[in-house]
Design a protein around this ligand. Structure first.
Ligand code: THU
Length: 137
Protein backbone atom coordinates (compact mmCIF):
# COMPACT_ATOMS: atom_id res chain seq x y z
CA UNK A 1 0.00 0.00 0.00
CA UNK A 2 1.29 3.46 -0.76
CA UNK A 3 1.78 5.86 2.09
CA UNK A 4 1.17 9.50 1.22
CA UNK A 5 3.37 12.37 2.37
CA UNK A 6 0.43 13.67 4.41
CA UNK A 7 0.18 10.32 6.21
CA UNK A 8 3.92 10.35 6.89
CA UNK A 9 3.73 13.88 8.27
CA UNK A 10 0.77 12.96 10.45
CA UNK A 11 2.75 10.05 11.98
CA UNK A 12 5.70 12.36 12.64
CA UNK A 13 3.33 14.85 14.27
CA UNK A 14 1.83 12.13 16.47
CA UNK A 15 5.28 10.90 17.50
CA UNK A 16 6.42 14.46 18.19
CA UNK A 17 3.34 15.16 20.34
CA UNK A 18 3.83 11.88 22.19
CA UNK A 19 7.27 13.13 23.28
CA UNK A 20 5.49 15.37 25.79
CA UNK A 21 4.57 12.20 27.67
CA UNK A 22 8.11 10.76 27.65
CA UNK A 23 9.40 9.99 31.14
CA UNK A 24 12.98 11.17 30.88
CA UNK A 25 14.20 12.61 34.18
CA UNK A 26 17.70 11.20 33.63
CA UNK A 27 18.57 11.82 30.01
CA UNK A 28 16.20 14.69 29.27
CA UNK A 29 16.08 13.20 25.76
CA UNK A 30 12.42 12.59 24.92
CA UNK A 31 11.72 10.12 22.13
CA UNK A 32 8.31 9.53 20.56
CA UNK A 33 7.20 6.84 18.16
CA UNK A 34 4.04 6.36 16.10
CA UNK A 35 3.50 2.94 14.55
CA UNK A 36 0.86 2.15 11.92
CA UNK A 37 -0.29 -1.43 11.52
CA UNK A 38 -1.34 -3.00 8.23
CA UNK A 39 -4.89 -2.84 9.56
CA UNK A 40 -4.55 0.95 9.88
CA UNK A 41 -4.38 1.21 13.65
CA UNK A 42 -1.88 3.62 15.15
CA UNK A 43 0.03 3.04 18.38
CA UNK A 44 2.27 5.65 19.95
CA UNK A 45 5.13 5.09 22.37
CA UNK A 46 7.55 7.14 24.45
CA UNK A 47 10.73 6.31 26.27
CA UNK A 48 10.20 5.45 29.92
CA UNK A 49 13.31 5.78 32.05
CA UNK A 50 14.08 4.32 35.44
CA UNK A 51 16.33 5.22 38.39
CA UNK A 52 17.89 1.80 37.76
CA UNK A 53 19.06 3.00 34.33
CA UNK A 54 19.14 -0.31 32.39
CA UNK A 55 15.43 -0.81 33.05
CA UNK A 56 14.66 2.08 30.70
CA UNK A 57 12.48 1.22 27.71
CA UNK A 58 12.76 2.92 24.32
CA UNK A 59 9.83 4.63 22.62
CA UNK A 60 9.85 2.34 19.57
CA UNK A 61 9.60 -0.78 21.67
CA UNK A 62 6.81 0.67 23.78
CA UNK A 63 4.80 1.35 20.58
CA UNK A 64 5.52 -2.13 19.16
CA UNK A 65 4.75 -3.92 22.42
CA UNK A 66 1.52 -1.97 22.84
CA UNK A 67 0.47 -3.06 19.35
CA UNK A 68 1.44 -6.72 19.84
CA UNK A 69 -0.36 -6.82 23.16
CA UNK A 70 -3.49 -5.58 21.37
CA UNK A 71 -3.25 -8.40 18.82
CA UNK A 72 -1.42 -6.58 16.00
CA UNK A 73 1.76 -8.07 14.55
CA UNK A 74 1.83 -6.71 11.00
CA UNK A 75 3.32 -3.26 10.69
CA UNK A 76 3.61 -0.85 7.81
CA UNK A 77 5.45 2.21 9.05
CA UNK A 78 6.94 3.72 12.18
CA UNK A 79 7.90 7.34 12.79
CA UNK A 80 10.54 8.03 15.43
CA UNK A 81 11.00 11.60 16.63
CA UNK A 82 13.82 13.00 18.75
CA UNK A 83 15.16 16.54 19.23
CA UNK A 84 17.81 16.00 16.58
CA UNK A 85 16.42 13.34 14.24
CA UNK A 86 18.33 10.58 16.04
CA UNK A 87 18.33 7.03 14.83
CA UNK A 88 16.74 3.94 16.50
CA UNK A 89 19.05 1.91 18.73
CA UNK A 90 20.19 -1.62 17.87
CA UNK A 91 17.77 -3.24 20.32
CA UNK A 92 14.80 -1.48 18.73
CA UNK A 93 16.01 -2.43 15.24
CA UNK A 94 16.07 -6.07 16.33
CA UNK A 95 12.54 -5.86 17.72
CA UNK A 96 11.34 -4.21 14.49
CA UNK A 97 13.03 -6.99 12.47
CA UNK A 98 11.07 -9.65 14.36
CA UNK A 99 7.84 -8.38 12.86
CA UNK A 100 8.50 -6.31 9.76
CA UNK A 101 11.72 -6.29 7.73
CA UNK A 102 9.98 -4.24 5.06
CA UNK A 103 8.53 -1.67 7.47
CA UNK A 104 9.21 1.95 6.52
CA UNK A 105 11.09 3.86 9.23
CA UNK A 106 10.92 7.65 9.39
CA UNK A 107 13.21 9.77 11.54
CA UNK A 108 11.87 13.16 12.54
CA UNK A 109 13.27 16.07 14.51
CA UNK A 110 11.81 18.28 17.21
CA UNK A 111 10.56 20.77 14.61
CA UNK A 112 8.42 17.98 13.18
CA UNK A 113 10.54 17.71 10.05
CA UNK A 114 11.21 14.43 8.23
CA UNK A 115 14.98 13.93 8.42
CA UNK A 116 15.34 10.46 6.89
CA UNK A 117 13.21 7.72 5.39
CA UNK A 118 14.54 4.17 5.44
CA UNK A 119 13.45 0.59 6.16
CA UNK A 120 14.19 -2.03 8.80
CA UNK A 121 16.06 -4.05 6.15
CA UNK A 122 18.39 -1.12 5.57
CA UNK A 123 18.84 -0.40 9.27
CA UNK A 124 19.62 -3.99 10.22
CA UNK A 125 20.94 -5.96 7.25
CA UNK A 126 21.29 -9.68 7.91
CA UNK A 127 19.01 -9.51 10.94
CA UNK A 128 18.47 -12.57 13.07
CA UNK A 129 14.80 -13.37 12.41
CA UNK A 130 12.40 -16.13 13.52
CA UNK A 131 13.32 -18.47 10.62
CA UNK A 132 16.91 -18.63 11.93
CA UNK A 133 15.79 -20.09 15.21
CA UNK A 134 16.17 -23.74 14.25
CA UNK A 135 16.81 -26.01 17.20
CA UNK A 136 17.51 -29.33 15.40
CA UNK A 137 20.98 -29.89 13.93
N1 THU B 1 15.98 5.95 23.27
C1 THU B 1 14.81 5.59 22.66
O1 THU B 1 13.72 5.79 23.20
N2 THU B 1 14.90 5.03 21.43
C2 THU B 1 16.06 4.78 20.76
O2 THU B 1 16.05 4.14 19.73
C3 THU B 1 17.32 5.32 21.29
C4 THU B 1 17.30 5.73 22.71
C5 THU B 1 15.91 6.56 24.61
C6 THU B 1 16.43 5.70 25.73
C7 THU B 1 16.77 6.75 26.77
O3 THU B 1 15.61 7.05 27.51
C8 THU B 1 17.15 7.97 25.96
O4 THU B 1 16.65 7.74 24.65
C9 THU B 1 18.65 8.23 25.89
O5 THU B 1 19.33 7.09 25.50
Amino acid sequence: MTITNEEKQSLIDLANEARRRAYVPYSNYPVGAALRTKTGRIFTGVNVENAAYPQTMCAERVAIFKAVSEGETEFEIIAVVTNNGGSPCGGCRQVMAEFALDMVVLFGNGKGELVKETSVNELLPGAFVPKHLVTEI
